[in-house]
Design a protein around this ligand. Sequence first.
Ligand code: ADP
Ligand code: ZN
Length: 745
Amino acid sequence: MTDSARYAEVVLPVPVSRAYTYQIPDALRTRVVPGARVVVPVRRGAVVGIVSAVSDQLSAVRDVKPISAAPDPEPALSPALLQLGRWISDYYGAPLGLALRAILPGPLWSVAHPEGPGEATERVLVLTGRVESLIERERVFKRSPKRRAAYEAVEALGGSAPIRHLTGQLKLSGGVLDGLVTQGLARIDRLSETRDPFANLSSPPPGSLTADQQRVVAAIQNTPADTPVLIHGVTGSGKTLVYLDLLRGVVASGRGAIVLVPEIALTPQTVARVRGVFGDQVAVLHSGLSDGERADAWRALRRGERRVAVGPRSAVFAPVQELGAIVVDEEHDASYKQGSAPRYHARDAAIERARLEGGARVILGSATPSLETLDSAARGTIASFALPERIGARPLPAVEVIDLKTAPRVPEAGVIPWTEALDGAVGAALSRGEQAILLLNRRGFATFVQCPACGDVRTCPNCAIALTVHQTPPALRCHYCGHEQPVPEICAICGHATQRLRGLGTQQLEHFVAARFPAARIARMDLDTTSTKWAHHRILERVAAGEVDILLGTQMIAKGLDFPNVTVVGVVDADTGLHFPDFRAAERTFQLVAQVAGRAGRGPKGGRVYVQTRSPDHHGIRAAAAHSVEAFARAELPLRTPPNPPYPPSVGLVRFVASGRDQARTAAIAERIAAWLRRAGTERLGGALTVLGPAPCPITRLKGLWRWHVLVKAAEARALGRVVRAWRAKSHRAVTVDRDPVSLL
Ligand code: ADP
Ligand code: ZN
């Protein structure tokens, strides 16, 4: 009834569940349809909203204001995307306004339409001369330790950094930076001159499909499009080429596709390969885009000028026309789950979107599929296809599990867990001109500071978390809220004169490795070295170009990298996440170790992996050493199934978290949630729910707020759906709802 419609229901990007009624001016009738963007008056000005429905009935609301504008000739959200918003709202118990806010990119919610980038220029220090090794460094910086510190800080940031960042956050002096320029080691650029490294990234496909790849492509083409498929291929089995071959068919038939990757900055090789096949048809949606560029990319897809979108989680909402396929690469990756409302999982949203688009195919890929996906495959709701071998019949690298409790260590390493086996392997690789990757999933210098006399550990005043010791610049920092304080010289509690640094972080590992292998060129990759634009890319580019001998870092370096000259991978401490109070701790560890192991031996020289652990018999470590997700699932699934306390995938799980400044009041809110859930479970849902708690969250305080949680389990998804929707109607601000949570901390 669009023709006669006089009233529109408009959803605003705010955390409320209701829509607002506005009158449709005659002049805007053709444009105000479900899914359209409109500008509407609100109390303090105007906002952009999305039309959810139109009608010719005068609603009960009086004083209905008219819509001010409808900027787009075509509705911003297609019917399928509007429906997807409703599904996200219903499934995850999020207000529709928040679900739609996630679907439409930020700049399109701005009343003043962004017209182009409008970049502010920024002064950036770029290293030019390279002082690669420790030996050379001693010589070049003999009389200028400050200059060396500055050089190393910029190097750690990937070779360039905004001056503002260096003098502000890192507290380096302008004079020292100028000194680097005079010495010919750096120059100063303007940011607008630094190019977007993704703009031209392109690499041609590696050749024709292998027999295995052909077999999987054919099998998938013979699978009904409405059955999602999983490509379970070992690391280096050539999954990407299978995706691309399938997508070629999709695009040739005039339809479009979405390729989801865990994080664009960490997967430049995948982006390059997609562009190598589809060229200008591709829109890369990455976090480095300006608002204007983001809006442009969105419009090009909406108008059908580009047919393939590549991006992280949120690209599942890309307005690709006539969607034919969605690829979810590394489907097990935790970054696919959004950490704030709406807490959607991009893999599950992809499956729902494909259904709503009618006939679009979902292709999941991983060497370490999640247990949820394996469970769906076992039930037959997902069809699974294996690529059991590496390209070129290369063997998977042998994995040596080293018991840190007993293995001989290098004496010079002191407290650092550095065994002779790993040391020898890294040294040998370097002497042969090969590259090594070292994983330590903990950033900073040391994990915490402890007083050797009274045992006191310095914790964050806002969070119940030990403060991490950082070296550039020196400070204790909270990894949860960013709180910073000086490193104490004496104990604040007992006054003891020396304090001990405990636990190893990537900064300290870098120092040690640099001293141990003074001729090696080392790059560190963690959150601290990748805080500036394009930093990831610059580091990976240097590794690809052979300018780095040892790449060390956190889980960032475990994601999909394909460097054939990497022959040694070392997991310095596999246990960093193994004992977290979270039912996924073992799965995470398994995935991380198996994935980083998969970075070794991808070229003709082969490779070997060294996993240092204090739990050599843990099933997660053993399965990773065997590159076997089947072995992991066989050991792990029984632990999540009765008579053990059931956890996903054997049940569905919803987590309610209450948080507040007052501990007793927060606990009381959690108490009420639990009581409400228990009532709902018995009265309305016939005992279908198991309610656990309330209990304090493992991280009891975060950013100044106390946290209590309640867990709800049910075998029936429908029962959980009813609970989260009933809860959504109550819209309680102090409580977050997380369905299918990926973290219980
Ligand atoms: P995965 O994602 O399964 O770990 P990739 O897709 O990165 O594996 O492929 C591993 C390597 O094998 C890449 O360097 C890729 O270019 C190469 N490759 C893939 N398929 C073929 C093929 N059919 N012929 C030759 N090389 C291939
Ligand atoms: Zn904190």
